[in-house]
Design a protein around this ligand. Structure first.
Ligand code: GDP
Length: 296
């Protein structure tokens, strides 16, 4: 299956909602569409913006062409797409991956390592979520799947020490990409953000010629909560880009539209399933094409 087919399939539930919203529009009444956009978790502010934009024009358009009008309005909300996989295809990078537990961090790391390796890049994974043995094991499984070595320490060891070793290993083996998995929740005596800031400080200090990219993974099924999480992580750590995982399991795929209009942080990767091929760069034209598939 092509990437576009995977994306289209992943967005099925969200698309069905929006389609229903459009099918019940009459000349004055946009309520059903409003309800659909809210259910798709586009968010109240962005929904209002989209409806206002549509209202200002919809009388001069035939009803059948409203979806394409909306498609254009949504596309204009997104910043210009820049392909993060292209970015990682040159230079050396430490990709610092953060996000709450269960958001899809480890899976995203596994898929990202795989696609970068396919593009001829060498990589290592660093198991810096030392608070859960299962997290280390899971990263090793992804390492095996994609043929990428994993730098790890024992459970409960210092995450900063693993990151230090990971960067040194990459430098001595001349590896292109270091992908760091981190904890998403800690024992209560620790503060997650403080711990992550420390780890980031170590990366900054040791990275040498490697560039640093801080990637936040959010779970699309969390809808508007994902936007709040993003604000929190961004304040503490400074986020370069968002990976939105689990777009397939949900009708809340509209959250990406809310993110585009409410946050300054670009969505750079999307995940639409648990398979190794189920992740690619986010491209706004491709995304809206998939979202409005066969609606026009
Ligand atoms: P972590 O705790 O943040 O490292 O999250 P995991 O990577 O372990 O993912 C949590 C669960 O979500 C696992 O069961 C994954 O298989 C699942 N998952 C991750 N990404 C996706 C996705 O894009 N689509 C679907 N359907 N499931 C996903």
């Amino acid at each position: 299956m092509s990437w576009f087919d995977r994306l289209r399939k992943g967005l099925e539930k969200t698309r069905a909602l929006i389609k229903r919203g459009f099918s019940s529009i009459d000349s004055e009444n946009l309520e059903e569409l409003e309800r659909a956009l809210l259910s798709a978790d586009v968010g109240p502010k962005s929904t209002e913006f989209l409806l206002e934009a549509l209202k200002s024009k919809h009388n001069t358009y035939p009803r059948e062409s409203l979806p394409i009008l909306m498609e254009n309005i949504i596309t204009s909300l997104f910043p210009p797409s820049s392909d993060v996989l292209d970015l990682f295809s040159k230079d050396k990078w430490v990709i610092f991956v953060v996000g709450v537990n269960g958001s899809g961090k480890t899976t995203t790391i596994g898929k990202l390592g795989y696609v970068l390796k396919q593009r001829g890049r060498s990589a290592i994974f660093v198991a810096a979520d030392t608070f859960r043995a299962a997290a280390i094991e899971q990263l090793e499984i992804w390492g095996e799947r994609s043929g990428i070595p994993v730098v790890k320490h024992r459970e409960d060891s210092d995450p900063g020490a693993v990151v230090y070793d990971g960067i040194k290993a990459a430098q001595s083996r001349d590896v292109d990409i270091v992908i760091v998995d981190t904890a998403g929740r800690l024992h209560t005596k620790y503060n997650l953000m403080e711990e992550l800031k420390k780890v980031k400080g170590i990366i900054e200090r040791e990275r040498g010629e490697y560039k640093l990219y801080t990637l936040l993974v959010i779970d699309a099924t969390m809808g508007q909560n994902a936007i709040n999480q993003t604000r929190m992580f961004n304040e503490a750590l400074g986020i370069n880009g968002l990976a939105v995982a689990k777009l397939d399991g949900t009708a809340k795929g509209g959250v990406i539209i809310g993110i585009a209009s409410e946050l300054k942080i670009p969505v750079v990767l999307v995940g639409v399933g648990e398979e190794i091929e189920d992740m690619q760069s986010f491209n706004k034209e491709e995304f809206v094409d998939a979202l409005f598939w066969e609606m026009n």
